[in-house]
Design a protein around this ligand. Structure first.
Ligand code: ZN
Length: 285
């Protein structure tokens, strides 16, 4: 679903649920599906423990019931019928695609660092918020940008974006509490600019440390092909193929022990270029 519609439908539904706290998880799941917002089943807490078969579950009431987790999320009523057949479930919603969350965890200092960023950036959160079962908060935001998840974006605060999911109300929690919508705020704010900047900076720092690792690493015989394929892939994404080939060649000479023969490097680079060309062709169709 397009960003705009997903955001609009989510906003409407969340407001409805802020007002009506007595709707069951099952009914809420169908309401989400009917609004075109995909959800998926999570194990719930039953008699003080996780309803999953594991004897010593490490993520009680928080992990998916399906193999691919948030990638299985669906709006298909028939699939929901199977998931909810005589079963109580917690609910998960993939994040990203317009909807983003600051996940504030009080056990790791999240509340303090949320206060710090409010002072530092002079912003006050007035956006739809869920009180989590663990006494933390999920602050929901909208953005038309495609942003990945970032763990510990601030101390004790995760950014839930593409590649992540949130447990949504009325799911239950090992503490005995349920996730619930706070009645305080009813708007879905734009994701603040400073958060977007911090996410981008974080990714840049990661990239920089990746390059640093590449420059220092000595690659033994058994790992040369794999490492060269990775490096060539990164460079071809950013540079023209001839320059990428030259750089991979000189990196091979200085970092691989012993260096791979030039012909093999050419073959690796050519195969990546062909793959990229096929990808671009598909994307432009
Ligand atoms: Zn479990």
């Amino acid at each position: 679903m397009r960003f705009e519609n997903r955001i609009k439908n989510f906003y409407k539904l969340a407001n409805l649920l802020v007002e009506n706290k007595k709707i069951t998880a099952k009914d809420i799941a169908y309401m989400y599906a009917e609004s075109g917002i995909d959800i998926f089943p999570i194990y719930h807490i039953e008699n003080g423990s996780c309803s999953c078969p594991a004897k010593q579950c490490k993520s009680k009431g928080k992990h998916p019931q399906t193999n691919k987790g948030f990638q299985d999320a669906s709006t298909n009523i028939q699939i929901l019928n199977i998931w909810f057949q005589n079963k109580i479930l917690n609910l998960g919603m993939p994040t990203g695609n317009g909807i983003y969350i600051l996940d504030i965890d009080p056990r790791n200092g999240g509340l303090d660092s949320f206060e710090t960023i409010q002072k530092k950036y002079k912003f006050s959160p007035q956006t739809l918020t869920v009180k989590t079962g663990g006494n933390g908060y999920h602050c929901y935001y909208k953005s038309y940008l495609d942003l990945p998840k970032v763990g510990n974006l601030y101390p004790g605060i995760d950014f839930l974006g593409r590649g992540s999911y949130a447990i949504i109300p009325p799911s239950n929690h090992i503490s005995g509490n349920n996730y619930s919508w706070s009645a305080k705020y009813k708007f879905l704010d734009d994701l603040p600019e400073f958060i977007i900047a911090d996410i981008r900076n974080r990714n840049k720092t990661h990239e920089k440390s990746n390059w640093e690792a590449y420059s220092l690493e000595k690659i033994p015989e058994g790992q040369r092909n794999e490492k060269i394929t990775k490096l060539a892939g990164l460079l071809i994404n950013k540079l023209n193929p001839t320059l990428a080939l030259n750089l991979v060649n000189s990196w091979n000479l200085s970092n691989c022990e012993p260096p791979l023969i030039e012909k093999e490097i050419l073959a690796i680079v050519e195969s990546i270029v062909r793959k990229e060309q096929r990808k671009n062709k598909r994307a432009s169709l």
